[in-house]
Design a protein around this ligand. Structure first.
Ligand code: FAD
Length: 279
């Protein structure tokens, strides 16, 4: 049962244009009304957005908020990763979301890290307890996993390597999270596993993302979204109902926090939190 209000955190991606940077500044100020525990910034495949990621992280820190930088290890060498960690330390970052990442097809794997577990192990060996390390979790199973059991084992390995907590891939079926938490509990894993929440604002964008990351859009949601066509107002109204209801179920279950994939927009996250009574 729910005992206290969950903490909130918010995720951004690094904007590509000066206009996007300016817009994100405004969005962040609006989202600070939620008093997020931290704001995280994603990191492009193979470090492709490193400059933009670090610039956004610096801004968040300078605004007096807690910042978490995502970092991914695919394609990185130990030496380049050592340098990256050093840079983050100098910036005053104390929280990381440590990921394997995905390289665009055609890049091959390369690099000296194979899985996120290797990155967590490396961060701990290089920097001790300096960083709070978040890792990714997949209640609906990572698309490349050999089996659900193998994926759960991979998650357990990341925790054993030194992760402090986890954020899930987004999902719309609360049962997937409940089941995952049961299995995590059976393995004796005690770190907080925070549900990642994706507000629904655009039908085509959601379908594209979900296809790429293996998040399932239940049939009843997909059909309704498709039936709205270009009617953005209906998509948003329906999305707010669905996602608020999901968050309610997660809170009742006792989810330790909610992590919002803001997509660099403030209105959907703010409205969901307002409906949840969290603003
Ligand atoms: P891993 O934990 O290494 O798992 C990857 C796959 O390998 C899984 O299928 C797992 O089951 C399998 N596996 C693990 N260990 C083994 C083993 N020993 N043997 C065989 N198989 C194994 N991507 C970005 O590029 N930038 C971001 O900023 C970013 N942020 C994200 C934030 C969150 C909260 C989440 C959930 C995902 C994010 N991603 C991001 C996407 C992520 O990089 C991809 O999902 C990627 O494919 C897997 O990363 P991982 O860290 O979960 O990898």
């Amino acid at each position: 049962m729910q005992t206290q209000e969950p903490q909130l955190s918010v995720e951004f991606f690094p904007p590509k244009t000066a206009e996007g940077v300016e817009k994100l500044r405004v969005v962040r100020q609006q989202l600070y009304a939620l008093k997020p525990e931290f704001c995280s910034v994603t990191y492009g495949a193979g470090g492709s957005t490193q400059e933009g990621t670090f610039a956004s992280v610096r801004e968040i820190l300078s605004e007096g908020a807690q910042a978490a930088s995502h970092i991914s290890c695919i394609g990185a060498t130990r030496s380049s990763m050592r340098q990256t960690l050093e840079t983050l330390r100098h910036m005053g970052v104390t929280r990381l979301v440590a990921l394997r990442g995905d390289l665009p097809s055609g890049y091959g794997v390369g690099g000296e890290f194979q899985f996120a577990k290797d990155l967590v192990t490396f961060i701990r060996s290089e920097t001790g307890d300096h960083f709070h390390i978040e890792v990714a979790a997949y209640p609906e199973v990572h698309p490349q996993a050999k089996s659900p059991a193998a994926d759960l084992k991979a998650f357990a390995n990341k925790v054993q390597a030194g992760a402090n907590s986890a954020i899930t891939q987004y999902f719309f079926n609360a049962d997937a999270y409940f089941r995952f938490m049961d299995e995590v509990g059976q393995l004796g894993i005690q770190v907080p596993v925070v549900p990642g929440i994706m507000p629904i604002t655009s039908s085509t964008q959601l379908m594209r993302f979900s296809e790429a990351c293996g998040a399932e859009i239940p049939r009843w949601i997909r059909l309704r979204l498709q039936s709205f066509g270009d009617d953005v107002a209906s998509i948003r109204a329906f999305g707010l109902d669905v996602v608020t209801d999901l968050c309610d179920q997660l809170r009742l279950f006792g989810a330790p926090a909610l992590h919002f994939y803001s997509m660099n927009q403030s209105a959907p996250t703010l409205e969901i939190c307002r409906r949840l009574g969290l603003v």
